[in-house]
Design a protein around this ligand. Structure first.
Ligand code: PEP
Length: 261
């Protein structure tokens, strides 16, 4: 966590919570969070497409400071792409963020770094901040290649980006072996890759851009480990799966400033 980058706590609901449940969930979070919390940390929920319209109505009507976004975005602007949702549709419905390249989409939908690059550019073209996920599988970590592997993903996902485009993304380091498993990277292990990522960003886009980009950690982050992970200099927030489905726990994570590492 740094003084120059505002922390971001983003809940990835995955394929959970229908639109009724989404409204109740966000209302519960909004009831607990106050302006001091939002001033200290951006709070975002990344929800199934079917929840977006209900959240837009709720957030607009009650002027909530919770932000929301999608878990995927099409690389295409419009046309014969059955099942896909365009960035223009997501921005129209008030999405601030879109996850791109989550490991579950890489694994189950065959998404490549090149696909993720195109999706991130589509998000930016529509005023949506892409949260670009990267991170190694267990066998890569066991071989000690986590930094090299992760930086290769970052390089491919950001290929061709201008410094201005790079400055507008959020990165999320998510070691695959830690996602949904209860195994968390230690703060030192997470910092190793997040710090190396910032070094790579500095080399390619300059220190001003690199120091402005938020790098999240994701992988079994929860109330009991958020403070120690957030105490690392290059971890600027969390991409939180399971723990974001408990509104009380997620609110406590957004308030990590009040917790002792
Ligand atoms: C995720 O879905 O991005 C994630 C990190 O999940 P979990 O927190 O459940 O490991």
């Amino acid at each position: 966590m740094s003084d120059v980058r505002k922390p971001l706590m983003a809940g990835n609901w995955k394929m959970n919570l229908n639109h009724f449940e989404a409204v109740a969930h966000v209302q519960k979070m909004a009831f607990a969070l106050d302006d001091a919390d939002y001033d200290a940390c951006e709070v975002v929920v990344l929800v199934p497409f079917t929840d977006l319209r209900s959240l837009q109505v709720l957030v607009d009507a009650d002027k909530l400071r919770i932000q929301y976004g999608s878990q995927d975005i099409s690389a295409h602007e419009k046309g014969a792409y059955t099942g896909e949702v365009a960035g223009s549709m997501l921005s129209k419905i008030g999405c601030s963020y879109a996850v791109v390249g989550h490991s579950e989409r890489r694994q189950y939908h065959g998404e490549t770094n090149e696909d993720i690059n195109a999706k991130a550019l589509a998000a930016l073209a529509n005023g949506i901040t892409p949260i670009i996920c990267y991170g190694e599988a267990l066998e890569v970590r066991e071989a000690g290649d986590q930094v090299m592997y992760s930086l290769d993903q970052v390089e491919k996902c950001l290929a061709g980006f201008t410094p201005e485009q790079a400055a507008s993304v959020v990165l999320a380091y998510e070691p695959i072996w830690a996602i949904g498993t209860g195994l968390t990277a230690s703060p030192t292990d997470a910092q190793e890759v997040c710090g190396a990522t910032r070094g790579w960003l500095t080399d390619h886009f300059g220190s001003e851009v690199a120091n402005s980009i938020r790098i999240l950690y994701g992988g079994s982050m929860k109330g009991s480990n958020v403070a120690s992970l957030m105490s690392q200099p290059d971890i600027d927030g969390g991409l939180v799966g399971g723990a974001s489905l408990d509104p009380d726990e997620f609110v406590a994570m957004a308030r990590h400033r009040l917790l002792t590492p």
